[in-house]
Design a protein around this ligand. Structure first.
Ligand SMILES: Cc1ncc(COP(=O)(O)O)c(C=O)c1O
Length: 398
């Protein structure tokens, strides 16, 4: 599914006329989601991973918790991976069963854990010994048994932006093997209240190269085996998310090739594994389903730069400012002439980091022109804010 011009206007797929939507939204910035894109990607990913283990997808809803997107995942049989009490509540409100919910994150508060324990969610991914003690004590106080998985830090180094690596020794996430004796001692203190159901890892996001991921899975598998030998009834391996998308490409063929390669790598790495295999994908499933529409407020020409000042920015899509991420930008109106001009596409926020692109080639723009910031379905709206007291963008899904 791609963005294509029909009779001079940019459409999302065949039917979604983006100019119409921007008009309907009175020119204000808004996100548009194409749910078919989510379905196609989910099916491709699940298809590529079929093997002798029992696959369960837990969509990482931090990527995009739009109601229609959540409903789409629910209907396809996915569970969710959550990272806060707020996300657990949203998941349950949107029809997910507690048994469909995993809870990850390094700083789970007592209130968040109380909610997870009370609802009886499927699994809490534990990030530190102190967290495990807290869960054990809280479970004991309400006389419950809680299923946990240890989040291991496999100490691998994926090729991605340093802000989104999570599986290296310097990162705050997970625990290396040296934590195990202490964790097992804590488990033995709470035999009626803690139950180790598996291991989990997540080494980083926007991975286009899979070697570090394969290495991490092998390490996780080996610890899993050792714990089984020690008598723990291990039943689940959770290998996290992280598969990226090719933001620079217009067509999504390379994304589907990466999904197939990921599936082949996982099947090969876990060919003798028969338990439950959990994956927590986010970006690869929803990144391409969204565009952020906006309008040019002003064109400002300086001796050094041409600025296209638009009515959206880092408050709606922070990825360029935070990770130096590049998103393709397309005009909503097709321009036939080949000549392009280099623009800095910037927003209204009083920060110089408020840009969507720098030196980006676009046809000559004028005030009022509509633009689509492409591939912004993941970590777009979910990281948006009302900074400078701007409104949150509307969302439309089809
Ligand atoms: C624990 C965990 N699981 C899954 C994900 C999803 O990652 P991605 O969107 O790269 O697939 C994240 C994202 O940071 C995460 O922290």
């Amino acid at each position: 599914m791609s963005l294509e011009f029909h009779q001079g206007r940019l459409f999302f797929g065949k039917d979604i006329d983006l100019t119409e939507i921007l008009k309907k939204n009175q020119g204000h910035a808004c996100y548009v989601y194409h749910l078919q894109v989510v379905k196609e990607r989910y099916q491709s990913l699940v298809g590529s991973l079929q093997s002798d283990y029992q696959l369960k997808v837990h969509y990482a809803m931090k990527a995009n918790a739009n109601k229609d997107i959540l409903k789409t995942f629910k209907e396809m049989g996915s569970g969710v991976d959550t990272v806060s009490g707020g996300e657990i509540a949203i998941a349950l409100d949107n029809g997910f069963q507690a048994s469909d919910v995993i809870f990850s994150g390094v700083a789970k508060s007592k209130e968040e854990l109380a909610l997870a324990i009370e609802k009886g969610i499927k699994q809490i991914n534990v990030e530190s010994p102190q967290e495990l003690i807290r869960i054990g004590e809280m479970a004991k106080s309400v006389n419950k048994k809680v299923a946990v998985a240890f989040r291991m830090n496999p100490e691998v180094s994926p090729e991605t932006h340093p802000y989104i690596t999570t599986g290296m020794s310097e990162n705050k996430f997970g625990m290396d093997k040296s934590f195990l004796p202490e964790l097992l001692r804590i488990l033995r203190r709470f035999p009626q209240n803690l139950y180790l159901r598996g291991l989990t890892m997540h080494i980083g996001s926007q991975l286009l190269e899979l070697t570090a991921l394969a290495e991490g899975i092998q390490k996780l598998r080996s610890i899993y085996h050792d714990l089984g030998v020690l008598g723990f009834a291990m039943e689940s391996l959770d290998i996290g998310g992280g598969v990226g998308i090719h933001y620079k490409n217009n067509d999504d063929e390379e994304d589907f090739t990466l999904i197939q390669n990921y599936g082949a790598m996982v099947r090969e790495t876990l060919k003798d594994y028969r338990g439950e295999l959990i994956i927590e994908p986010g970006r690869v499933l929803v990144g391409r389903c969204g565009v952020l529409l906006c309008q040019v407020e002003y064109i400002k020409q300086t001796p050094y730069k041409s600025f296209a000042i638009v009515n959206t920015g880092m408050h709606h899509l922070i990825r360029p400012a935070l990770y130096q991420a590049s998103h393709r930008i397309l005009p909503l109106k097709e321009q036939k002439e080949a000549s392009k001009k280099l623009y800095d596409v910037v927003g209204p926020i009083c920060e110089s980091s408020d840009f969507l692109a720098k030196n980006y080639p676009l046809p000559k723009l004028k005030q009022g022109d509509g633009l689509a910031i492409c591939d912004s379905g993941a970590y777009g709206y979910s990281m948006a804010s009302t900074y400078n007291a701007h409104a949150m963008p509307n969302e439309f899904s089809f």
